[in-house]
Design a protein around this ligand. Structure first.
Ligand code: K7E
Ligand code: CUA
Length: 636
């Protein structure tokens, strides 16, 4: 089918499909964000159409028969559940959950000594809000070393090692509040992890200027992806939202709303223009090198002034309240979604040198085009064939459009750039295509991460699942192939080829993940691979034991009421998939101990009595029998 026919069909569907809902949403959309919220609610009541999945040929393409492996790893953020979920794509089988900012009952994340060391002081928070997962790069391609993700709720950035699929570093970003947009340096290598702080606060935020928003500022931070240290920060105007980096390592850009520093909703929508802030990374590094910075409060991180008029940033005016910003995979454009404007703004990266060197009359001269796509554009993804796909929240659609034609249209040529509008169900946020955050975008599958599922799944009471819809984009026409319910609330995803990730199936004994625990054992003169020992150290007791299915190295140990007990378990089974667990009944103690792993957990011994501990990962025919007793004596 030709592109034009597809386009007509898309438009036809748009009008025929439940006209009541469409008309209502359209009419209220123009009144702005308040209207958006209203339209969403009413849309839910008025809607009711069901798009059926397509032909058997389509189903065959996405079929991964039992025993076969998927072609891609999909990493989904878990939103305010605080975790990361791993799917096989295209089957959309959930393979793993990686606890990050949350605490995990199964693995013991947030309870074990190893996870507490990684989380640092912030382990006391049991929640997080994980939005933007991104896989590290070498030369614009994913290299499968790490996945980085932000925590909006508690201002953190975490790193997940992709050899073991475990969080291994976490940093709380100073001077900032609510890390939202997060992206990685794509070239030559990651490199920097760039993090937007969303909210403006007094600097330093120590009780001064409490109700004086004129003196509130936010920051853009660069974290070293290897050490996870915050290297430097840039003070900016307005609230930073979403960002992306280019494919050369020279520039990054962020949407920035609330240029007038309002603290109310009305105020935040008042100005007609907001910005895309462009950051010149070399100039920022140079400013830091030359000592052209200050520090704020207790933090010693260099803060470079990047407010309007500075040498290290440029503020490109765009229609008000922009949201997503995604670099096209050909490296040509930063594309910022209008949200309250039906347009996206294409910023030509090749013109940014001119912008910084002052060779342009107007900052808007870097705008290559500002195509109109539909109501509520939020995020854009790519197929590597010159087409972009933008979610339009209010219209509940994914819009496929051609970038080159959009530019020609902007320059006065009579060409149509919209290829197809596909209904999704309902109210999409991010969308994401396979490999579409790298120069290897292959245009096979696209996911629309929809905020509302309404009538798409069996009802489960007032709280609904979200709906991540899978769309086949390999042909001329987008085809909806699958609905995937998700629990609160994947904002974003990244999909990489399976050969881009290399995992370790059995822990290496010298893994730094538990090196400190091994050091502690050595200080106690314990070889954790062999010894089963109880060491008393005042009111502290360290219990070392091995686990080999179906036995723990100790079938009992004795402590006193109120002792601080640390149990260290080393799994000496070197069989793939043979994980044990360690759980002490009535003590809130539980952890995973995978093949060749050493894991430890510290707790306070309860009231005098007998407490069983048991293995809680099914490991053996005698798994139920894999247990022992903790004898708690009264203090005399
Ligand atoms: Cu939900 Cu990327 Cu945090 Cu847009 S963001 S939807
Ligand atoms: Cu060991 Cu179950």
């Amino acid at each position: 089918m030709s592109d034009d026919k597809v386009k007509d069909k898309g438009r036809g569907e748009q009008h025929l499909d439940n006209p009541g809902r469409r008309r209502f949403l359209g009419a209220t959309a123009t009144v702005g964000a308040l209207g958006m919220a209203g339209a969403t609610g009413a849309g839910l009541l008025l809607g009711g159409n069901r798009a059926k999945a397509g032909s058997s040929e389509r189903l065959e393409k996405m079929d991964v028969p039992p025993g076969d492996l998927d072609e891609y790893y999909g990493f989904w953020s878990g939103g305010h559940s605080g975790e990361v979920r791993v799917y096989g794509v295209p089957s959309m089988r959930e393979i793993m959950r990686i606890p990050v900012f949350n605490h995990c009952s199964a693995s013991g994340w947030g309870m074990t000594d190893e996870s507490k060391r990684i989380m640092g002081d912030s382990y006391r928070f049991t929640n997080g809000d994980a939005h933007h997962p991104h896989v590290s790069y070498t030369d614009g391609s994913h290299d499968g070393r790490y996945l980085f993700i932000n925590d909006k709720a508690n201002t953190r950035v975490a790193r997940i090692r992709l050899d073991i699929f475990k969080t291994d570093k976490m940093v709380t970003v100073p001077n900032a509040q609510a890390i939202h947009g997060l992206r990685l340096q794509k070239a030559p290598r990651t490199g920097y992890v760039f993090a937007n702080a969303e909210y403006i606060v007094p600097q330093p935020n120590d009780g001064r200027d409490l109700d004086d928003p004129e003196n509130y500022w936010t920051l853009w931070s660069a974290i070293d992806g290897e050490t996870m240290e915050v290297k430097w920060q840039v003070l900016v105007d307005g609230n930073l939202d979403n960002m992306d980096a280019d494919y050369t390592g020279k520039y990054a850009a962020s949407t920035c709303y609330n240029s007038d520093k309002a603290v109310t909703l009305e105020g935040k929508m008042a100005s007609e223009r907001d910005w895309v802030v462009v950051f010149n990374i070399e100039r920022i590094e140079k400013a830091v090198e030359e000592g052209n910075y200050r520090t704020i409060g207790d933090s010693d991180v260099p803060v470079v002034d990047g407010r309007k008029g500075s040498e290290v940033t440029r503020y490109v005016p765009v229609p008000q309240n922009p949201h997503g910003l995604n670099t096209s995979t050909d490296g040509k454009y930063f594309i910022a979604a209008g949200k309250l404007s039906p347009t996206v703004t294409m910023i030509e990266i090749d013109k940014l040198d001119d912008l910084f060197e002052g060779r342009l009359d107007d900052e808007r001269d870097v705008v290559a085009a500002e195509p109109e796509l539909g109501l509520g554009p939020l995020h854009t993804t790519y197929d590597g064939r010159g087409n972009a796909y933008t979610t339009v929240y209010i219209d509940s659609q994914v819009v496929k459009w051609n970038m080159d034609r959009a530019v020609r249209h902007w320059n006065g040529e009579d060409v149509d750039y919209i290829i197809q509008k596909l209904d999704v169900h309902y109210q999409p946020g991010h969308n994401h295509a396979t490999l579409a955050e790298s120069k290897d975008a292959d245009g096979k599958w696209l996911f629309s991460l929809n905020k509302f599922s309404k009538d798409r799944f069996l009802p489960v009471g007032p709280l609904h699942a979200e709906n991540d819809q899978m769309i086949d984009i390999s042909g001329d026409e987008m085809k909806l192939v699958k609905d995937t319910p998700t629990f609160a609330e994947p904002h974003d995803a990244v999909i990489v080829r399976r050969d881009q990730i290399e995992t370790t199936q059995i822990w290496k004994r010298d893994d730094p993940y538990f090196a400190e625990t091994i050091e502690m054992a050595k200080a106690d003169d314990v070889d954790v691979e062999r010894d089963n020992k109880v060491i008393r150290d005042g009111d502290k007791v360290r219990v070392y034991m091995t686990s080999i299915a179906p036995n723990f190295g100790l079938n009992k140990f004795t402590v006193k009421e109120g002792d601080e007990v640390t149990v260290v378990v080393t799994n000496m089974d070197s069989v793939e998939d043979l994980s044990h667990g360690f759980c002490v009944v009535d003590h809130g103690v539980s952890m995973e101990v995978s093949p060749k792993q050493t894991a430890s957990i510290t707790f306070t011994a309860g009231k005098p009595g007998v407490y069983w501990y048991y293995c809680n990962w099914f490991c053996h025919a005698l798994h139920m029998e894999m247990a022992g007793r903790m004898l708690v004596e009264a203090r005399s």
